[in-house]
Write a protein that binds this ligand. Structure first.
Ligand code: IPM
Ligand code: MG
Length: 345
């Protein structure tokens, strides 16, 4: 029995999680795939229930499972909480050692009409974002009357292990890795370049090149189809992955996978909890449905089921069965029902 821990999130979180789980149920019908869902409190929900965003029991539950499905967390309700929901997200990444975050941008033919950029044909790249170090976690970190301080810190080992993930991934794709850094200014970036060049030697079949982060923010708009695997540190990856998602037409479609050396990987949309539209039933469920798809392929080795989900999502997109963020008039449940019906055809 495959064990999936569900962290259902805040605001639109539970709405899209519900959509994702309906699709999971339908996609696995008669597929010889059995699973058990365990719900655990996380984020704002956990703050309300037990006072902290990531209870120990939730970490333990995640560690026992084969995969974790997480929806969006956070929101204004917890702005003044001693520990905000976002802190829980950072802690779970560390607790499960999820140092590699994979964020795909694939503008399918059906999606092209929604893209805000002209050169959107053949765009298919993934961002491999380092997720458990850098300025998000570096110390010292403090605020005094005179200044506030954050520290960007990387060790060679932290760079090396995520670089291997990127190069291995490139071997299954177009054999091209682009390291994004700011090595004309930052010491950490100089170290990234050095280590990535060393790692690249082990992958002679993969072409490697380098791009400054400011230039990359431009190229993602002007000519994104040139990229295959984009490897970068934590903060740059955070920023660039929102930009990358937006060129598909909506941040609301993009899933992500976070993994490390261990068994368990975590799947989540890359967007936030959208408090402004919560409760209206109009949140785009694609990011969560696509997260389920990514989970089936990567954690459960069921590329066949993943493909079934993908085909159904593409049909919904092609037929304009989309939510208002993509200028559609469908709501979350209508889109979900459509995807489910397509899979059952
Ligand atoms: C993301 C989010 C998080 C991050 C926030 C919510 C802490 O923006 O997953 O991209 O910055 O990593
Ligand atoms: Mg982000």
């Amino acid at each position: 029995m495959n064990k999936i821990t569900v962290l259902q999130g805040d605001y639109i979180g539970p709405e899209i999680m519900d959509a994702g789980l309906q699709v999971l149920a339908a996609a696995t019908e008669n597929e010889n795939f059995s699973y058990k869902l365990t719900y655990a409190p996380f984020g704002g929900e956990a703050i309300d229930k037990v006072g902290v965003p990531l209870p120990e029991a939730t970490i333990a539950e995640c560690k026992k499972s084969d995969a974790v499905l997480l929806s969006a967390i956070g929101g204004p309700k917890w702005d003044d909480a001693p520990e905000r929901p976002e802190k829980g997200l950072l802690k779970i990444r560390q607790a499960l050692n999820l140092y590699a975050n994979i964020r795909p941008t694939d503008i399918s033919q059906a999606m092209q009409k929604y893209s805000p950029i002209k050169n959107c044909a053949d765009v298919n790249f993934v961002i491999v974002r380092e997720l458990t170090s850098g300025i998000y976690f570096g110390t010292p970190r403090e605020t005094t009357a005179e200044y506030a301080l954050d520290t960007m810190r990387y060790t060679p080992q932290e760079i090396e292990r995520v670089s291997h993930v990127a190069f291995k991934m490139a071997q299954t794709r177009d054999h091209h890795v682009t390291l994004v850094d700011k090595s004309n200014v930052l010491d950490t970036s100089k170290l990234w370049r050095k280590i990535v060049k060393e790692v690249a030697v082990h992958y002679p079949d993969v072409k490697v090149d380098f791009c400054y982060v400011d230039a990359m923010s431009m190229k993602l708009i002007s000519n994104p189809s040139q990229f295959d695997v984009i490897l970068t540190e934590n903060l740059f990856g955070d920023i660039l992955s929102d930009e990358a998602a937006e060129i598909t037409g909506s941040l609301g479609s993009i899933p992500s996978m976070s993994s490390g050396d261990g068994q368990v990987a975590l799947y989540e949309p890359i967007h936030g909890s959208a408090p402004d539209i919560a409760g209206k039933g109009i949140a785009n469920p694609f990011s969560m449905i696509n997260s389920v798809k990514m989970m089936m392929k990567n954690s459960f080795n069921r590329a066949d089921i993943a493909e079934k989900i993908e085909t159904a999502v593409n049909a919904a997109v092609a037929n304009g069965i989309v939510t208002p963020d993509l200028n559609g008039t469908s709501n979350t449940q209508t889109v979900t029902d459509y995807v489910i019906n397509e899979m059952r055809k």
